[in-house]
Structures are given as C-alpha cells and as structure tokens.
Design a protein around this ligand. Structure first.
Ligand SMILES: C[S@@+](CC[C@H](N)C(=O)[O-])C[C@H]1O[C@@H](n2cnc3c(N)ncnc32)[C@H](O)[C@@H]1O
Length: 369
C-alpha cells in the first residue's frame, strides 16, 4: 500500500487544483475570527476588516472575517464526495471592543453558513480544554453582576454533504471493514465531550509566527479513524504545522494540505518526516489499550463472542473481526511537487519479522482459545 501527501501553499478560498467530489473527509481548524492573533492575517486579505477593528466595530469585523471563511466552506462543499464529512475545529472568541466586552460566537456563525451552503449539520463534539491559569476569570471578580464565565472548550463541528456515504464495490466494503475501530474506542470517541490535552504552541524559532495554533495529533487521528477508510483522501484547507497530514499518514489515508503561509514549509516537512515514528507508536498503543480493555472485559464477562480473524485476538463485536493495521515503512519526499509518498506493510508481516513487535503484541493480547 502507498499513500500520497500533497501540500499547496495557496489560498484555500480557491481550490482549483482539486476536482469536484475528489475528497472524502475534511479535518481542519481555521484562523479564529476576533482572536487577536489572527487580526493581521484577516486584515491583509480584506482591508475593510482593519478599518472595522480600528473603529472598534466588533460586529462588522466579525462578519467580514466570516465572509472570508465562507468562501472556503463553499469550496469544501464542492470538493467533498457525496456522503463526505467536514470536521471543523473552532473556538468562540471573547473580546472588549470600545468599552464593551462580549462573545463572538464563531461556531454558531459557521454552522449557520454551512447549513445555508447545503451541508447537513450532525451532532458536534465539545473539546474541553481546562486551564489552571490564575488569571482565567474575567470581570468583576467576586462582586455581582459583572463577572464572565471562562471559555474552556472549543467545538468540533461535524457536517456532511448529502446523505450517508455508500460503499458499493466489494473492494470498498473490504477497505471499510479493515478500517473499523474497536468497540471500546467507539464508546469513547463517539461521545460528545472530549478531554484531549492541547499541545505546546511555541514555534517562535521555526516560523513567521510565535504560536502554532496547532491541534493535537490525537484529535486529527480520531476524526480520520471515525469518518474515513483506508486509502481515502483527507483535506486540510488550513494545514498550519501539518498535523492533519501526519495523522493521515499514520492512518493509511492520502492527504492534501493547503496553507497560505509558505514560511510554514520547513516545519510541515519536519513534522511529516516524524509521521512514521508517531503513527507506528500510535498503533502499538491502540493494541495495548485494547488488550487492557479485553482483560477487564473478559474478567467481568468471562469471554468475548468474537475473534479478530487477522491477529486472533478477542473483540467484542463481529464488526471488528477484520480490523487490520498497516505500519508505515518509509516516507519519501519529492521537492518539485511538494509531495510525500508513504509506503506501508501490514502489521502481521512485522510480527513474522521482528521479535520486539511480536513481544509487544503477544504480551499485550491474550489469544482467545
Ligand atoms: C488555526 S491554524 C491551523 C493549525 C493546524 N490545525 C495545526 O494543527 O497546525 C490556521 C492556519 O490557516 C492558515 N490560513 C489562514 N488563512 C488561510 C487561507 N485563506 N488559505 C490557506 N491557509 C490559510 C494560517 O496561516 C494558519 O496556519
């Protein structure tokens, strides 16, 4: 198996290099309107935003910033296949403009726009990001009634183009069955509140900006596992540091990333080159966690009804019988087209070859009798 990972340094309001219905999943996080770190980037693209901000007209600036993002959402709708899903990570903003402090509800504005474009809005995820910062409470402190609730969550909006995706050919159905997730992962990942730790934001020495605004690998990896199958194409129109590309490589999916700031290139390349280590460690960890789960589950229930046909380990449901893991073998980079090719081999080949991996798996998973 081989996957391709292309990066375009361009404006994602025009994805002319992508044909209609060529993408299966979008995982992304745009610059957040009304968060000061992005004022310059939004204003460079539309000078009326700079004017609105300098006139302290928060409502006008908010709307103009979103009109810029709306163009990207329209392009996503065009390039997604029928039944394809877009996962958009976004936080609301709070800000004082003039003498008024208020909330700028980015998530609601994006949902409204995407609904008008034609997306079906699905239940979303609240990503809890608690902070212990002593300065986290705003306003009048202990005195009523001028204190404000602290925002300690972001959203992952989930949108679909058209109805459920169909898997028609035998080959498609097979890839889908191999890409299933474990029952216990389904129970955690399909809950509406995620407690996933954020990542260090400091990229001062590596890029044109001081903070990455990156989401964690785990967030992109889960979404890719939940909403796509092996060898699908995943798009991130706001690639940033390249986390979505790394998670796509780790998941055996193709990816396309678009980033307007070409100063991010070396950081993206550096991150992509670490995808083999990150991805393969992630697969070992998933299997170990499955083993821990199975020993608790079988302790309670005595046995599982089903067994995975590739590795022989116990699973809870028949849908997990064909789960198969592909490890990254190598990642090659091609300069002319800013493209990486990742090659894979199935985990069971590694089991035959290497005693170290074998001992990880066999220590972790008691084979069912
Ligand atoms: C919130 S960051 C994304 C971070 C990314 N999820 C990660 O994990 O590193 C948004 C990114 O979108 C880029 N960007 C902003 N406007 C863009 C546009 N119109 N087209 C493409 N990229 C854009 C910014 O330069 C920034 O890197």
């Amino acid at each position: 198996m081989q996957t391709m990972h292309r990066v375009f340094f361009d404006d994602s309001a025009r994805l002319s290099f992508l044909s209609d219905e060529s993408v299966h999943l979008v995982v992304t996080s745009p610059p957040y309107p009304m968060i000061e770190m992005w004022d310059g980037a939004f204003s460079d693209r539309n000078p009326f935003i700079r004017d609105a901000l300098s006139e302290q007209d928060g409502d006008a600036a908010f709307e103009l910033m979103h009109e810029g993002l709306d163009r990207v959402w329209r392009e996503l709708f065009r390039v997604l296949c029928r039944g394809g899903i877009a996962c958009i990570n976004i936080g609301d903003a709070t800000r004082t403009m003039g003498d008024r402090f208020k909330l700028y509800p980015n998530h609601a504005r994006i949902l409204h726009a995407c609904h008008n474009i034609g997306f079906e809005v699905l239940p979303c995820i609240i990503w809890r990001k608690t902070t212990n910062a002593p300065t986290k409470f705003m306003g009048s402190g202990m005195l009523p009634a001028g204190a404000y609730v602290t925002l300690e969550h972001e959203y992952i909006l989930i949108l679909r183009k058209g109805g459920k995706r169909s898997f028609i050919t035998e080959e498609d159905k097979h890839r889908r069955r191999e890409s299933a997730i474990f029952w216990e992962e389904r129970n955690r990942w399909f809950s509406d509140i995620w407690d996933v730790k954020g990542v260090s934001q400091n990229i001062e020495n590596a890029s044109s900006r001081a903070r990455s605004a990156a989401f964690p690998f785990e967030l992109a990896y889960r979404l890719i596992q939940m909403y796509s199958v092996r060898e699908d194409t995943v798009l991130d129109p706001f690639l940033g540091t390249g986390v979505t590309a790394v998670a796509a490589i780790a998941s055996g999916r193709n990816s396309v990333g678009v980033e307007i700031d070409d100063k991010m290139e070396s950081l993206i390349r550096q991150n992509i080159s670490s995808a083999k280590a990150i991805g393969n460690a992630c697969i070992v960890q998933r299997i170990q966690e499955h083993a821990d789960f199975i020993s608790l589950y079988t302790g309670d229930k005595g046995h599982t009804k089903h067994q995975n046909s590739v590795y022989g380990f116990p699973v809870v449901t028949s849908q997990e019988r064909e789960i198969r893991f592909y490890l990254v073998d190598f990642i090659a980079y091609s300069e002319e087209s800013t493209k990486h090719a990742a090659s894979y081999y199935p985990l069971e080949n590694q089991l035959r070859l290497s005693t170290s991996m074998q001992s990880v798996i066999s220590n972790a998973i008691p084979r069912s009798e």
